[in-house]
Write a protein that binds this ligand. Structure first.
Ligand SMILES: Cc1ncc(COP(=O)(O)O)c(C=O)c1O
Length: 405
């Protein structure tokens, strides 16, 4: 396709190990491995862990990985190098930030969340409120459209997803951050569906707190560490509720009393998982030289093309767009609705087009700008049209529910 020939990011696709012939639109769930991953993992297992064993902590700077990855990630977040760190899961990182901010709040006791948020975010908020129940903490859940109006003087901390995991709807980060700051509410953004997919400008937009995921658009591997971002000026005033030794000012003093490290290190808890950390580092290395403007431009163009083709070719079969038509209101994902969405996604997979399904009727397609081509979008929509024309999705084998949909 002409658009692929003109794509300034075309060369990046070769950095990924994608099975031949597969159209992979699953990067919003699990990014594919960068080609360098295998050699890096072999090096780690053979040379570092395998030969240097425990000396590797010093010889190969293993302990530096969380910060080094944070520094590599910073340009993708529009942040400074010392404002991000890789650690734990999104769930745990969110708990750390919500907990730190709730504990610090004076005269405010509400934890505010938008009920459209990813469930783990809501569960973490519920669990936290339960812990602080005796101090009067309560959880307030709002419909997404009521979230901004609920940022009132009783709110101790609020959390929201930048890009909705169901529909791909993207919030106006600058406007919502300003609204929260005007009400004196610290706002924790979940960037799981934004990091590596859209051009984040956390510093410019005045964002103070965020967490995000390593295994989606960042291609850090299944269960990759997540990340935390805290604006430089907010870091040392914040105390993580999880006092692990890696967040201590001097872990190898083995002191009895906890003393938080300075900066982002205080948000670490236990020993970093080195196998997972190196994978995430390779995932981020694949972004080297990719301009954020080009990345976002392509992500918007892929989404526009997908929605246009879906409108032209699939509407007659009852397929309805669930993602915003306006590119600036959409992340790097397109979702379509159909009552047979589950079976349609299974039939697509059988045709070599990988998307996924979220109930009750959403088909989700991740349009990772580093490796998805325009021709993939064209072929994916055409495959879906053929399935609908032939009624392939009515076959029993496409109706059996899998554990991970
Ligand atoms: C928005 C969002 N937050 C959090 C998570 C899960 O986080 P973790 O399993 O790393 O705790 C996901 C997973 O898909 C997600 O989409």
């Amino acid at each position: 396709m002409e658009m692929d020939r003109r794509d300034p990011l075309a060369r990046f696709r070769d950095l990924f190990d994608l099975p031949q012939g597969l159209i992979y639109l699953g990067g919003h769930s699990l990014g594919p491995p960068p080609r360098t991953m295998r050699a890096r993992a072999e090096g780690l297992i053979g040379r570092e862990w395998g030969k240097d064993l425990v000396a590797s902590w010093n010889r190969h700077d293993w302990l530096e990985l969380p910060q080094r990855i944070g520094a590599r990630l910073a340009p993708l977040l529009g942040a400074r190098e010392d404002e991000a760190i890789a650690a734990d899961s999104v769930s745990l990182n969110l708990f750390k930030l919500l907990g730190a901010l709730l504990r610090r709040a004076e005269g405010r006791s509400v934890v505010l969340a938008d009920e459209g948020n990813f469930p783990t975010d809501l569960y973490m908020a519920q669990g936290l409120v339960r812990l602080f129940e005796e101090s009067g903490a309560t959880l307030r859940l709002t419909a997404p459209e009521d979230f901004e109006a609920a940022l009132g003087p009783d709110v101790a901390v609020a959390t929201v997803s930048h890009v909705d995991f169901r529909t791909g709807r993207m919030l106006d980060m600058r406007a919502l951050t300003a609204a929260a700051r005007a009400e004196g509410v610290p706002l924790v953004w979940d960037l799981s569906h934004s990091g590596g997919a859209v051009d984040l400008r956390l510093n410019e937009d005045g964002v103070e707190y965020a967490v995000g995921c390593g295994y989606k658009y960042l291609s850090g591997g299944p269960g990759a560490p997540g990340f935390l971002y805290v604006a430089r000026e907010c870091q040392d005033a914040l105390e993580s509720p999880l006092w692990g030794w890696m967040g201590h000012a001097s872990p190898f003093d083995f002191a009895t009393r906890y003393r938080p490290a300075l900066g982002m290190l205080r948000f670490l808890a236990g020993t970093p998982p080195i196998l997972s950390m190196i994978a995430l580092e390779e995932g981020l290395r694949a972004f080297e030289g990719a301009g954020m403007t080009e990345l976002r431009g392509k992500s918007e163009a892929l989404g526009d093309l997908f929605l246009r083709l879906a409108g032209e070719r699939l509407a007659e079969f009852g397929v309805v767009p669930a993602s915003p038509a306006e590119a600036r209101e959409r992340g790097s994902q397109v979702s379509l609705r159909h009552p047979d969405g589950y079976a349609l996604v299974q039939a697509l997979i059988a045709r070599g087009v990988v998307g996924d399904f979220r109930g009750p009727d959403l088909m989700r397609f991740g349009l990772a700008p580093l490796y998805v081509r325009y021709v993939d979008v064209w072929n994916a929509v055409e495959a879906l049209r053929l399935i609908l024309v032939n009624g392939e999705h009515r076959e029993d084998r496409f109706r059996a529910r899998k554990r991970v949909p």
